[in-house]
Design a protein around this ligand. Sequence first.
Ligand code: GTB
Length: 217
Amino acid sequence: MSITITAFERSPDGGKGLARDTRVRWALEEVGQPYDVRYLSFQAMKEPAHLRLHPFGQIPTYEDGDLVLFETGGIVFHIAEQHAGLLPKDAHARARAIAWMFAALNSVEPGLLELVIAKFHEGDKPWSGERTPLIVDRIRQRLGQLSTRLGDAEWLDGAFSAGDLMMVSVLLRTRASGILEEFPNLAAYVARGEARPAYQRAFAAQLAANAGKPPAH
Ligand code: GTB
């Protein structure tokens, strides 16, 4: 059986690793699973062939034999369950690592997405100037809580896990705003994630796919 994921034919970030296929590539690299990539244009993502795989017409998807998955949370969780390396064996530690995955996707990422929406989709609205600082304050508060919990630990709960993979992937999106750097332990945590050889391979692969192509949009 071979694994195929989907990714942007031309990522809007030009290969900075911020599109969500990077976290799936990273998980596959951590567990040593080879994979193929089918690259899609924005138009192809909305066509019936892709909508059969992904109800919302997005990337990434994951195919392995007759299993088709969408949503990076579900995909990374599946990879972590199938292969050793991303979830601890101890039942409680495993449950906590899974909880951190949900925390990344459910308690941290939504606030960051609000900022993206405010900047790119609502920037021309008359109330945008008042709303953006409120969003930034909420992000700052959540990252402050996360920073306190992490303290001077290397990873969120013992050894590196799928919870860290997801949290680092989510936090990477705050870098452009400068908020991450306000929390040196979180910035160092993200840098530790990025320094992992598996992340480096994932990043290089998505960069190579975008090399020489102008960013979409
Ligand atoms: N919750 C889903 C998941 O986790 O899988 C979200 C999937 C998603 O948002 N996919 C985006 C997509 O397909 C790509 S990653 N968008 C096209 C569409 O909806 O039509 C989001 C993303 C896009 C671009 C950048 N960037 O340029 O920096 C970063 C992240």
